[in-house]
Design a protein around this ligand. Sequence first.
Ligand code: SF4
Length: 378
Amino acid sequence: MKSSLYIHTPFCVRKCSYCDFNSSEDPGISLDEYVLLLINELSSEAGRFKVESAPTLYFGGGTPSLLSARQVAAVVQVVREQYGLEKDAEVTLEVNPGTVTPELLEGYLAGGINRLSIGIQSFQDDKLRSLGRIHTSEEAKDAVRMARKAGFRSIGIDLINSLSGQTLQEWATELQEAIALQPDHISAYGLTVEEGTPFGAMAERGELDLPDEETSAAMFELTSSFLRSSGYEQYEISNFALPGCRSRHNQGYWRRGNYLGFGAGAHSFSREQGFGARWENPQQMSDYAETVRRCRPPVAATLLRREAMEEFFFLGLRLLDGVDLDAFKIEFGTHAEEEFPGVIERMTASGLLVRDGGQLWMSAHGLILANRVLCEFL
Ligand code: SF4
């Protein structure tokens, strides 16, 4: 089996105000103990999955840059030995600026990491403070410069727009600051206010001054036009890359490729049986540790045919290349028009989707209304 691999690190210095990811300031064990659990899990699961080649490995979080270079190298080594990491594999580590030094980044490079994804989010200190980030704008820029100096040739940065009080002009300045750093990849997401987070509570109390729908749409359009005119190709709704610098790992998610996740709360997906299966490790550290100690893997939920068909569109249409309707017919043995009667015709007639033979993708207008388009397939 060919599969991408994901390693979750649920440790953070401080919880950000908008974050509902599985991460904590105090997961209850040390990083050394956690790395030991990861290595045990990777080793015991290797025989079960029989991965012959892994094209990508991704350290996500949480804050994986809290791991030392030695800890990261130890995990990469186990993956190499037991999962057949491909020779030119993309090996990414998410970095939180403010947790890194030149020595640490050099150590990551020496330990096998060849791509960094740096969570900048904003270049304005007041916005960073309100997001609860632990770094300043200057530290974020320093992290990118340090990464280049350390020798990283593939650097991505993450930004968030539609923040409380943010104007279109402020977002334009953020984009200018971003390209001045010459990253190879830019992810620009609109803020999502999640229930159960400090922002969720603030929104309920009316304390967030979020931009209206029109301004958010204008921010999205500006992101596309500005980054495209600066040499970045938009290959997914929120993702832009210099030629040859798309994230191979994330494209695997949208193309419904196999991925195996390790660590507390990590998700996995395999297309080895039927229409695919998904499973998730326990989120609580004590439950995860128990699962690893007892070598008791989580139970997989098999996808129903209908669910797999919905995912085909819901995930595939996020990519600007879109989906191949002939591939749908081959996989499911039926035409998409029969399974989603009227949807493709209606969406193409209204200019939200574009069809050319068997290829179907979202138009520029469709991208702005992406959620509406994608929900038509659910
Ligand atoms: S650093 Fe990332 S994972 Fe950690 S709390 Fe902030 S947004 Fe969440």
